[in-house]
Write a protein that binds this ligand. Structure first.
Ligand code: ADP
Length: 251
């Protein structure tokens, strides 16, 4: 559903993403895990079409910057960018118009109810607390029900109720055959959610494993994370990319 092939992104001399390749299947949640500065946001912004890069990205077989691909793609950015003079409700209307959604009112109400924004609908963007802004940011990304949804650090600033709802929504979307890529640097926040984990560090993919592969290798996600980001290499039985020990990678 989403294919990233040999993508390299440089900011001047900084190689933020170094020859990344991976494929995401329909009906799956993939977690993109990595320390700060690993390149997670950069690959997401490349997929969504915000950045220029070397390499190829396709969505549903179409190059990611084409109209057909854009119709399939959704993105929840790390930093909410709300309009100070639009109300919470008007933000949703704006997205509905941008995506030409006709039947969206029920979904809008459901999202507001689930993220406890129903009584905030008349508030303006700049009257919302940080957490409420993030909840609205998430509702805006979920409203169009994209086939492929990218979520950049979505749990940051959310209260436990909103985290629970977001996880439930991701599970529902997976059951509908949608594809989700969730970036985070907090391992605990994704615990039972994922089908595949891609671990990035210093712009490269250090591991790319399914839950079954990790379980067969007898490892926890946390163990794998520290093995591949702190130099011990990949565990036996888990597939990976660029998983050489740190000393090797530095050569
Ligand atoms: P992550 O999302 O994993 O924290 P990023 O993709 O934001 O990582 O950053 C990857 C690398 O690219 C870092 O070294 C970061 O400093 C650099 N970087 C990110 N955005 C820019 C930018 N706009 N200009 C220059 N360097 C950037």
């Amino acid at each position: 559903m989403l294919n990233v092939s040999h993508v390299t992104k440089k900011y001047g001399k900084v190689v933020a993403c170094d020859d990344l390749s991976f494929t995401l299947e329909p009906g799956s949640v993939t977690v993109l895990l990595g320390p700060n500065g690993a390149g997670k946001s950069t690959i997401m912004k490349s997929v969504i079409g915000f950045l220029r890069y070397e390499g190829e990205i396709t969505v549903g077989g179409c190059p990611n910057k084409t109209t057909d691909a854009r119709r399939l793609l959704g993105y929840i950015p790390e930093m909410p960018s709300l309009y100070p003079n639009l109300t919470v409700s008007e933000h949703m209307e704006f997205i509905a118009r941008a995506y030409k959604l006709s039947e969206y009112k029920e979904r809008k109400e459901e999202l507001f109810r689930r993220f406890e924004l129903t009584d905030k609908q008349k508030k303006f963007g700049d009257e919302l607390s940080k957490g409420m802004q993030q909840k609205l940011n998430i509702c805006l990304g979920l409203l169009p029900e994209p086939r492929v949804l990218l979520l950049d650090e979505p749990m940051i600033g959310l209260d436990p109720h909103a985290i629970k709802e977001l996880k439930l929504l991701l599970e529902e979307m997976r059951a509908q055959g949608r594809t989700m890529l969730v970036s985070t640097h907090i391992i605990d926040s994704v615990d039972m959610l994922w089908d595949r984990t891609i671990i990035m560090d210093h712009g490269s993919i250090r591991a790319n494993v399914t839950r079954d592969e990790l379980e067969s290798a007898g490892k926890t996600l946390e163990q794998l994370f520290f093995e591949v980001t702190e130099g011990a290499g990949l565990p036996d039985g888990a597939s990976g990319e660029g998983g050489a020990p740190r000393e090797e990678r530095a050569k």
